[in-house]
Design a protein around this ligand. Structure first.
Ligand SMILES: *[C@@H]1O[C@H](CO)[C@@H](O)[C@H](O)[C@H]1NC(C)=O
Ligand SMILES: *[C@@H]1O[C@H](CO)[C@@H](O)[C@H](O)[C@H]1NC(C)=O
Ligand SMILES: *[C@@H]1O[C@H](CO)[C@@H](O)[C@H](O)[C@H]1NC(C)=O
Ligand SMILES: *[C@@H]1O[C@H](CO)[C@@H](O)[C@H](O)[C@H]1NC(C)=O
Ligand SMILES: *[C@@H]1O[C@H](CO)[C@@H](O)[C@H](O)[C@H]1NC(C)=O
Ligand SMILES: *[C@@H]1O[C@H](CO)[C@@H](O)[C@H](O)[C@H]1NC(C)=O
Length: 517
């Protein structure tokens, strides 16, 4: 032990000295990279654009606040987290085009950040020298109710989109977050690796297929999507029903697995599972199972539907809240019904908890007698919860190859593993990270296999990363098969055709095919 410590200390001193020395030369190189990049940008944009106003080097007083604004995981907000040399905040499409061309010219990596949840920070962290292209200024939206479409720039948030639709119509919405958003994308504006602006027509159907679920960031910079609005009834119903183990939560969860994926297409019932304490005995640990649900219809119809399909729930009209679709969105975001829709405009910048998420898919119901083992482990771990999101319904009608997102056919539900904590530091981090990993291991017999599926938007670097060297195809296949199943190779073909130099890359992007030696 003593020997190891000494060796480590010596190594640390060496590393420290080396980095002192090299930081001098690095600083000089950084300055010259910044200068050449800026010159290049100026030469590619209109002089009136004052392009230096959208470029933040590390020495800029606003650099830190711009970087922190869209960090969505406090775990990635430390002094040792790698930082971009420059943050570029384009205000026009031409700025994006110039940024792509000039980043290539100085041979840096370009990370693209649109500001939504990014559990692993891959939109603003890299282990090689990099810039961040931060899209928050490109957030305009045009909603055309008559044609039931909207153009939405990629820096806009979902809350802003829902708010904007609501301003124009009470009977339209958009199904993001339910696994059906990609089916309602009609057109796109994207800047490719050559700085060219493409739309659906000029990119062709192969690339258009790939960016609807394959991760736009592997193929280019998405500027905006044209989406199809969907109609929603004027009245919808939401409810929340809970059971603890003492209240037969095990039966409740087992029955949910049979009903939620098969029920009426207008009913979405999510299941949340959390370690908790018993209501009657505060020293007794238990599991709390909660069903939170949205029904596209009124409470009477819903109550009689569930009396038939799920009598154990004993749902009463008193448990239900009839409201507008926009209020249901607000309710899903954990605000009380009746809260002003303006809360949807809150971007909640520079505030994040420490968190880790993982995902799985379940194809056959978990047997009732196996649920107890899961409860015991969750109670032992103490802080990790599970969210079961039902598939089935309209989703099961969509073939696995229709979009790159393959998991809608053949799965009963998706599991999200979720742990969130408040304590900074690596001791807490190691403890909390280990919890969902243990539970994930335990769940192996109950979830999909060969490959074990994972949900792409819940990024999880545990399931593989690409180092972008000569093994990138093999590395990419590891997570790629889990996220995309049989669609992975088709995505690789598109990627190889449109970005053969792998300019648009991140830790889990689509790799190119290996070049023949
Ligand atoms: C920081 O960068 C912004 C945007 O380029 C610029 O407007 C501002 O003047 C810079 N501030 C300093 C102190 O360099
Ligand atoms: C609405 O749709 C019609 C018919 O497809 C089309 O002619 C018209 O240009 C569209 N309007 C807008 C604003 O896109
Ligand atoms: C739990 O189930 C048992 C057996 O089905 C039943 O007798 C009991 O009333 C239930 N308890 C609750 C709180 O629902
Ligand atoms: C409360 O739960 C604890 C732990 O399971 C148990 O030891 C204790 O006897 C319980 N108390 C009562 C009053 O049931
Ligand atoms: C319906 O929403 C209102 C406002 O949030 C709340 O006061 C009420 O308790 C809710 N009713 C039910 C049954 O959840
Ligand atoms: C990052 O950390 C700073 C304190 O060091 C804190 O003020 C800020 O709110 C944090 N931001 C996020 C997104 O965690």
């Amino acid at each position: 032990m003593a020997k190891a410590t000494t060796l480590l200390a010596i190594l640390l001193v060496l590393v420290f000295n080396l980095s002192c020395f090299s930081s001098l030369t690095l600083a000089a190189r950084d300055d010259s990279v910044y200068e050449s990049f800026l010159q290049c940008l100026k030469s590619k944009t209109n002089p009136q654009d004052q392009i230096s106003d959208i470029v933040y080097p590390q020495t800029n007083l606003s650099y830190t606040s711009v970087l922190r604004a869209y960090i969505r995981n406090a775990r990635l907000n430390t002094s040792t987290t790698p930082k971009p040399l420059i943050i570029i905040t384009p205000k026009q499409i031409s700025h994006v085009q110039a940024a792509v061309i000039c980043t290539k010219r100085v041979d840096y990596q370009l990370k693209i950040r649109s500001g939504g949840h990014d559990y692993e920070g891959i939109s603003y962290i890299s282990n090689v020298p990099f810039f961040v292209l931060d899209m928050f200024n490109l957030r305009s939206m045009e909603v055309d109710v008559k044609n039931e479409t909207a153009w939405v720039q990629s820096g806009a948030t979902l809350g802003e989109l829902y708010y904007k639709i609501r301003k124009k119509s009470k009977v339209h919405g958009f199904p993001a977050g339910y696994g059906l958003a990609v089916d309602n994308v009609l057109d796109v504006q994207m800047v490719d690796a050559n700085g060219k602006l493409l739309d659906r027509k000029t990119m062709g159907e192969g690339l258009f297929w790939a960016i609807r679920g394959g991760g736009g960031g592997s193929f280019g910079v998405i500027i905006s999507y044209k989406i199809r609005l969907v109609s929603v009834p004027e009245t919808v119903t939401v409810f929340r029903v809970e059971r603890t183990l003492e209240e037969n939560a095990t039966d409740f969860v087992f029955k949910w697995q049979l009903v939620a994926p098969k029920t009426d297409n207008g009913l979405f019932m999510r299941m949340l599972l959390q370690p908790s304490t018993s209501k009657t005995n505060k020293t007794q640990k238990t599991i709390r199972a909660s069903i939170v649900a949205l029904y596209l219809g009124n409470a009477d119809t819903l109550v009689s539907l569930l009396a038939k399909e799920f009598p154990e729930m004993e749902l009463k009209k008193d448990n239900c809240n009839e409201t507008s679709w926009i209020q249901s969105v607000i309710w899903w975001a954990n605000y009380d019904i009746g809260t002003s829709p303006e809360v949807l405009l809150d971007r909640d910048i520079d505030s994040a908890k420490f968190l880790k998420r993982k995902s799985d898919y379940v194809q056959t119901p978990i047997p009732k007698d196996k649920l107890n083992g899961i409860w015991q482990l969750m109670i032992e771990l103490g802080k990790t919860g599970l969210v079961f999101n039902p598939y089935g319904g309209r989703m099961s009608e969509i073939p696995a190859t229709k979009t790159p997102f393959p998991h809608r056919a053949g799965n009963l539900f998706k599991i999200q593993y979720s742990v969130t904590w408040d304590e900074a530091g690596s001791t807490a981090e190691n403890e909390y990270l280990s919890q969902p990993r243990k539970l994930y291991r335990y769940m192996t017999p109950f979830v999909s296999k060969n490959p074990r599926g994972a949900f792409f938007p819940y990024r999880d670097l545990d399931i593989g990363v690409m180092k972008a060297g000569k093994n990138s195809y093999e590395e990419g296949s590891v997570y790629g098969q889990k996220y995309f199943n049989g669609n992975f190779d088709r995505l690789v073909k598109v990627k190889t055709a449109v970005d053969p130099d792998n300019f648009f890359r991140n830790e889990q992007s689509i790799p190119t095919l290996p070049t023949k030696a």
